[in-house]
Design a protein around this ligand. Structure first.
Ligand code: NAD
Ligand code: TYD
Length: 348
């Protein structure tokens, strides 16, 4: 029987990874380790919380004693590490939070894994979930490959780049068995409405201004979150030791075009007249250090592991909007309280 700790399992991507592993591998024991920060929500896992092979522990990855105790009691064979501070705009206002969780938290987990597996690394694996943002910004041409030099610009991407370096350092120095995946922008159900797509969906529903940064000509490569969970499953089980794999959607969109697409789709679904929601688009002050374009070359994971996105963007966006319309309570819950304060500070 395999025992796996998934960190950040109550967050957006983590909850989809936990669900996939719990359903796909009934013979594994899955421990979801999450501090339940503003971005963590156990509601995301309601459908699997009673499964025999699932358990949850509330813990902070930066807490050395707590993490060491959990590792020695649970004796994991694998770690899939997603817990992080994940929002670029928050990293601009509170960089130290990102250093603490993303760098120190990751090193703390690496240390706990090394100690727990000190007798043998056989059959063990530390899978670190990273981002394409570590590679910096592209111009209008080209793609990020696994060989692209790291060149992070935001405190978020700098903290993720640093955590990737520590993961490799633990492998090079101590022989810890690791893999790293660097993925492009995800979208889908349970995405916290501080990020572009869910924020726009939330504001369209409520007929609030749609804040587009700068001229809106920034480009991101969007991947449906369940396809990311499938990629993580494949790399965790079949990826080569010490390697990194880029994961992307082959799906580039300029922000402004994406916001128009969402407006039209939602006008249709909400029975509004065509063009009504687009009138809410408001160009606002740009994000400092805003990366122009991200685009992933996912040839390696495709050739070596046979992965490619299973959902088209049209299907994925449709499912996503349907999910938010069917889960207005979820949206209400996560946007009450502290979210209002964040929104005021960020957008006014
Ligand atoms: P998220 O913000 O939705 O979730 C993060 C989770 O980590 C939350 O459940 C939170 O409670 C938990 N967490 C935060 N600090 C913690 C701590 N100190 N101890 C324990 N748990 C803590 O993030 P997400 O979008 O699901 O991203 C998950 C991972 O994937 C991150 O490592 C992120 O860098 C990476 N990633 C995200 C994207 C994306 O588009 N969202 C793309 C590529 C990579
Ligand atoms: P985001 O979802 O924050 O992801 P990331 O910065 O990690 O790529 O933002 C995606 C793009 O959308 C990015 O170019 C910034 C832009 N953006 C807006 O124009 N308005 C917004 O309110 C937000 C949150 C993002």
């Amino acid at each position: 029987m395999k025992k796996i700790i998934i960190t950040g399992g109550a967050g957006f991507i983590g909850s989809h990874v936990v669900r996939r592993f719990v359903n796909q591998y009934p013979e594994y024991q899955i421990l979801n380790l999450d501090s339940l920060s503003y971005a963590g929500n156990l509601e995301n896992l309601k459908d699997i919380e009673d499964c025999q092979n699932y358990s949850f522990v509330k813990a902070d990855i930066t807490d050395e004693q707590q993490i060491s105790k959990i590792f020695s009691e649970f004796q994991p064979d694998g770690i899939i590490h997603l817990a992080a501070e994940s929002h670029v705009d928050r990293s601009i206002t509170s960089p130290l939070e990102f250093v603490k969780t993303n760098i120190i938290g990751t090193v703390n987990l690496l240390h706990a894994a090394k100690e727990c597996w000190k007798n043998s690394f056989e059959g063990k694996r530390f899978h670190h979930i990273s981002t394409d943002e570590v590679f910096g910004a592209l111009g209008n041409e080209g793609f990020f490959t696994e060989e692209t030099k790291y060149d992070p610009h935001s405190p978020y991407s700098a903290s993720k780049a640093s955590s990737d370096h520590f993961v490799r350092a633990y492998s090079d120095t101590y022989g810890l068995p690791i893999v790293i995946t660097n993925c492009s922008n995800n979208y889908g159900p349970n995405h916290f409405p501080e990020k572009l797509i869910p924020l726009m969906i939330h504001n369209i529903i409520n007929k609030k201004p749609l804040p587009v940064y700068g001229d809106g000509n920034y480009t991101r490569d969007w991947l449906y979150v369940i396809d990311h969970a499938i990629a993580i499953d494949l790399v965790f089980h079949q990826g080569k030791n010490q390697e990194n794999y880029n994961v992307g959607g082959f799906n580039e969109w300029k922000n402004i075009d994406l916001v128009y697409l969402l407006c039209n789709l939602m006008d249709e679904k909400l029975g509004r007249k065509n063009g009504e929601s687009a009138e809410l688009i408001t160009f606002v002050k740009d994000r400092p250090g805003h990366d122009l374009r991200y685009a992933i070359d996912a040839t390696k994971i495709n050739k070596e592991l046979g992965w490619k996105p299973s959902v088209t963007f049209e299907e994925g966006l449709d499912k996503t909007v349907e999910w938010y319309l069917a889960n207005k309570d979820w949206l209400e819950n996560v946007t009450s309280g502290a979210y209002q304060k964040y929104y005021q500070q960020q957008y006014h």
